[in-house]
Design a protein around this ligand. Structure first.
Ligand code: AMP
Length: 545
C-alpha cells in the first residue's frame, strides 16, 4: 500500500523560492574582480535567476542542454547555479586550474552549448576557443558592459555581455515542477591519472545533500549563519554550500578570486562570517597571516576543512590561539561531495585534551542517508575497531551510480557500493579516518603503512612546511616509505630531527627509510599533492642506490 502524502518533487528552484519568500532579506555578498563589494538579497537572486532563464531561452537553450561555467565564487555564478537547473538545463562547472587541454576535452565531452566566463578567464577562453567551436556557440562574459575584456573567439561563436543580457530580459518566468531525478549539475573529477570523468547530479540528490549537510551535527547552517565558502564553486558545487544556504536562509559571502590569508581575514571579519569551509592550504595561509599581523577572527566560530587531511598543528593552532574549531569533513566529487563530518558524540566530552586532539584528526561519522564499510583485498568486510584499515565503500542517494556518458549503475558493484579509492579505519563509534588513497598506501612486507599518518608527524616539525610520503620499491620489503619534505620559508631541515619525531608515535617498521629535502612538491589543480608524479620520480629511489 502506498502512503497518502503529497509527492512534490525535490526541486532546486523550490529552495531558491523558499529563500526569497521567507529569508528575502538575508544577504548574498560578493567580492568582485574590481575589488568592490556587491550586496543583494536572496529575493534578488531569485528574481534575477528568472531573468536569466528567459535570457537563456532567448539564446535557444533547452532542457538537457549543458551550460558551462568558468568562474570564481560570485553572485552572477550563483544565478547560473539556479537558473540552469530551474529550466531543466544542466549547470556544468569547469575547474579553470586544469590544463587547457583537459578543459577543452571536458567542454567537448560535456557538449557545452554556452560558456559563462569570468573576465579573468578571457585569455583562457581565447586560447581554447578554436578547439571547442563544434559545441560552444556563445560565450557570456560575467561582467558589466564597461568591464568587458578583450577576447578572441572562433568564427560562429557569439560574445555576450551578462549584465546587458539580464537587463534586457523579462522576469515573468514561473519555476516548473518536473521529475526530481532530472539532471541538474555536472562536475568533472580532477583525475590525478587518466582523463577527468563527469559526475552528473540530480535535483533530488542535490536537495537531499543540502538537507543533510545543514544539520546541526554537520555544517549547522541556520538563518542566522553567515557562511563563506572558500572552496570554489567550480569544485563540487562549493561543497553544496550555495544550496544549503538557500535552504536555511543563511547569508552567503562569496570571496571571488583573492583567497590569500590577508584577503580572507579581512573578508571574514568585515562581513561577520560565522562559518567557513575550504582545503587545509587555505587555512595554513590564513593562520600564517593571523600570526604575522596579530589580527584576530572576530566572528568565525567554526571552520570546516576537507579535500585532504588537515595536519594536527592546524587544528591545535586555531583552537589554542584563535578560539576557532577546525572540523574535518570528508567527501568527494562522486558524493556531492560530503559523506562524513567529525561532530562529537556525548562520549567525546570525556576525552583528555590529547585524546580529543587525536580524535579531531578523524574524518568523522557518516551523514544520515549515507552508508559506509571497509573491506580487505578480497572484499571481506573489516571490523570497526579503529585499527583495521581497508578500502572504503559508500552508498546512498547522493552517491554517483555512473559517470557521465556511461551506463547507469556502472560505477558501483551489484549491491550499489561505490569504491571511493580511499583507505580508512572505522572506530567502534563509527568515526572514519582516512589513512590513504588506495594507490598511495605503502605495502611493506605484506602489511600496510599509512602515508598520511607519517606526513602528519613530519609537518609537526616547525621547520617543515610540507611533507609527502610515497611508496618506493624495495628489494626486500616490496615497498618502503620515502619521506620528502619542503623546508618552511627561511629554514633548513635537519633529517635526523624530523626522524626523531617518530619516536614512540608509530611502530618501528613504519619509519621512513630516508628523508629527502626538496624545494617544493607538485600539486593537482585542486591543491592536493600530486603523488603520481612523485612516484614516477622517486619510485626506484631505494633500488637505484
Ligand atoms: P575530490 O573528488 O577532488 O573532492 O577528491 C576527493 C578525495 O579527496 C577523497 O577521495 C579523499 O582522498 C580526499 N579527501 C577529501 N576530504 C578529505 C579529508 N577530510 N581528509 C583526507 N582526505 C580527504
Amino acid at each position: 500500500m502506498l502512503g497518502l502524502m503529497q509527492s512534490h518533487g525535490l526541486m532546486i528552484s523550490s529552495i531558491l523560492k523558499h529563500a526569497a519568500r521567507h529569508h528575502g532579506e538575508s544577504q548574498v555578498i560578493s567580492r568582485t574582480h574590481e575589488n568592490t563589494t556587491h550586496r543583494y538579497s536572496w529575493a534578488d537572486v531569485e528574481r534575477r535567476s528568472r531573468r536569466l532563464v528567459r535570457a537563456m531561452q532567448a539564446m535557444g537553450l533547452e532542457a538537457g542542454d549543458r551550460v558551462g561555467t568558468l568562474a570564481w565564487n560570485g553572485y552572477r555564478h550563483l544565478e547560473v547555479y539556479y537558473a540552469a537547473p530551474g529550466m531543466k538545463a544542466i549547470c556544468h562547472t569547469i575547474n579553470p586550474r586544469l590544463h587547457p587541454d583537459d578543459i577543452a576535452y571536458i567542454i567537448n565531452h560535456a557538449g557545452d552549448k554556452v560558456l559563462f566566463v569570468d573576465s579573468s578567464f578571457a585569455p583562457l577562453v581565447s586560447a581554447i576557443a578554436g578547439r571547442v567551436a563544434d559545441t560552444v556557440k556563445a560565450v557570456v562574459m560575467l561582467a558589466a558592459p564597461d568591464h568587458m575584456p578583450e577576447v578572441t573567439l572562433a568564427p560562429g561563436m557569439k560574445l555576450i555581455c551578462y549584465d546587458q543580457m539580464i537587463d534586457g530580459a523579462d522576469e515573468d518566468y514561473a519555476w516548473p515542477l518536473f521529475d526530481e531525478n532530472t539532471a541538474s549539475a555536472l562536475c568533472y573529477t580532477s583525475g590525478t591519472t587518466g582523463r577527468p570523468k563527469g559526475v552528473l547530479y540530480s535535483h533530488r540528490s542535490t536537495i537531499l545533500h543540502a538537507y543533510a549537510t545543514a544539520l546541526p551535527d554537520v555544517l549547522d547552517i541556520r538563518a542566522s549563519s553567515r557562511v563563506l565558502p572558500v572552496v570554489p564553486m567550480f569544485h563540487v558545487n562549493a561543497w553544496g554550500i550555495p544550496y544549503a544556504a538557500a535552504l536555511t536562509g543563511a547569508s552567503l559571502v562569496l570571496p571571488g578570486r583573492h583567497l590569500d590569508g590577508a584577503s580572507m581575514a579581512m573578508l571574514l571579519n568585515d562581513e561577520q562570517v560565522t562559518f567557513t569551509c575550504g582545503v587545509p592550504t587555505v587555512w595554513l595561509g590564513l593562520l600564517q597571516h593571523l600570526r604575522s599581523s596579530g589580527q584576530k577572527l572576530s566572528t568565525v566560530k567554526r571552520i570546516m576543512t576537507g579535500g585532504s587531511a588537515a595536519p594536527p598543528l592546524l587544528i591545535e593552532a586555531f583552537r589554542d590561539e584563535f578560539g576557532v574549531a577546525v572540523e574535518h569533513g570528508w567527501g568527494m566529487t562522486e558524493l556531492s561531495p560530503v559523506g562524513t563530518y567529525n561532530a562529537p558524540k556525548p562520549k567525546q566530552s570525556e576525552l583528555s585534551k590529547d585524546e580529543a586532539a587525536q580524535h579531531m584528526l578523524k574524518q568523522g561519522r557518516v551523514l544520515p542517508g549515507i552508508d559506509m564499510k571497509i573491506v580487505d583485498g578480497s572484499g571481506k568486510e573489516l571490523p570497526w575497531d579503529g585499527v583495521a584499515f581497508g578500502d572504503l565503500l559508500v552508498r546512498g542517494p547522493w552517491v554517483a551510480s555512473a559517470y557521465f556518458g556511461d551506463q547507469p549503475g556502472s560505477a558501483c558493484d551489484a549491491d550499489g557500493w561505490f569504491a571511493t579509492g580511499d583507505v580508512a579505519t572505522i572506530d567502534p563509534d563509527g568515526f572514519m579516518e582516512i589513512t590513504d588513497r588506495s594507490k598511495d598506501v605503502i605495502k611493506s612486507g605484506g602489511e600496510w603503512i599509512s602515508s598520511i599518518t607519517l606526513e602528519n608527524i613530519a609537518v609537526s616539525h616547525p621547520d617543515v612546511a610540507e611533507a609527502a610520503v610515497i611508496a618506493a620499491v624495495h628489494p626486500k620489503w616490496d615497498e618502503r616509505p620515502l619521506l620528502l619534505v619542503v623546508p618552511a620559508p627561511g629554514k633548513s631541515v635537519d633529517p635526523a630531527a624530523v626522524m626523531a619525531l617518530y619516536e614512540g608515535k608509530v611502530a618501528k617498521w613504519w619509519l621512513p627509510d630516508e628523508v629527502v629535502v626538496v624545494p617544493e612538491l607538485p600539486h593537482t589543480a585542486t591543491g592536493k599533492l600530486l603523488k603520481s608524479s612523485l612516484r614516477t620520480q622517486y619510485r626506484e629511489h631505494y633500488i637505484k642506490k
